[in-house]
Design a protein around this ligand. Structure first.
Ligand code: DX5
Ligand code: ZN
Length: 220
């Protein structure tokens, strides 16, 4: 029996003029985590959410903040996002010279540590940091923008990550991010994912649609 995945709406697709009510609305609609896409205009070609915005949002929901850092160098920003209220900090191996140290630092700050693999990033290095991670994120698009199409080769990568985690006896979450919809959510879960990020698929239709959109993603 497959268990319903955790749904992590990416607020990148929300109405930025109403962020407080948007996070409250997804909580009421059944979201599990709030996925916060942090982009610096350097590591990825877009600029989004600074720590002060995360801090301001913290009082609008009690859901965990799952902060996906697309920032390089990433190390100088860990503490600020943790202090702003991040529960999970997820980093790209390309965003600093010492991934092992960065992941250790995140746990030292009291947050859960995540590592994220772009479509072109080899999964092999997961083996070297597997004991340091609470979450593995497989990107199913190239990071930088919402609303892109899911890359089908990601299923195989999810399966490979699941096999590595199981072989190591790791309880880390396996999350997928990019182009996730109700049409491919079940296949992601079958491949081994237990957490799905979705921007467009959650926020389309406005607040009245959020509960149905989230339910459709959970219905695997
Ligand atoms: C891409 C971000 C994703 C993205 C998801 O860089 O990491 O979280 O916003 O948006 P959708 O679900 O619209 O692809
Ligand atoms: Zn993301």
């Amino acid at each position: 029996m497959t268990r319903a995945p955790l749904i992590c709406p990416s607020i990148l697709a929300s109405d930025f003029a109403k962020l407080g009510s948007e996070v409250a609305a997804i909580e009421a609609a059944g979201a599990d985590w709030v996925h916060v896409d942090v982009m610096d205009g350097h590591f990825v070609p877009n600029i989004t959410i600074g720590p002060d915005v995360v801090k301001a949002l913290r009082k609008h929901t009690s859901l965990p903040f799952d902060v996906h850092l697309m920032v390089a160098p990433v190390d100088p920003w860990l503490e600020a996002y943790r202090e702003a209220g991040a529960d999970i900090l997820t980093v790209h191996p390309e965003s600093g010279p010492h991934l092992h140290r960065t992941l250790g630092r995140i746990r030292q700050l009291g947050a859960k540590a995540g590592v994220v693999f772009n479509p072109g990033t080899p999964l092999g290095l997961l083996e070297d940091v597997i004991d340091l991670v609470d979450l593995v994120l497989i990107m199913s698009v190239n990071p930088g923008f919402g609303g892109q199409a899911f890359i089908d080769a990601s299923y195989r990568k999810i399966e490979r990550a699941r096999a590595l985690l199981d072989a190591a006896g790791s309880k880390a979450h396996l999350q997928v991010d990019g182009g996730v919809t109700s049409a491919n959510a079940a296949a992601c879960v079958s491949a081994g994912a237990d957490a799905l990020v979705a921007g467009t698929a959650v926020f389309r239709g406005g607040p009245d649609a959020y509960a149905a959109n989230i339910a459709a993603l959970k219905a695997v």
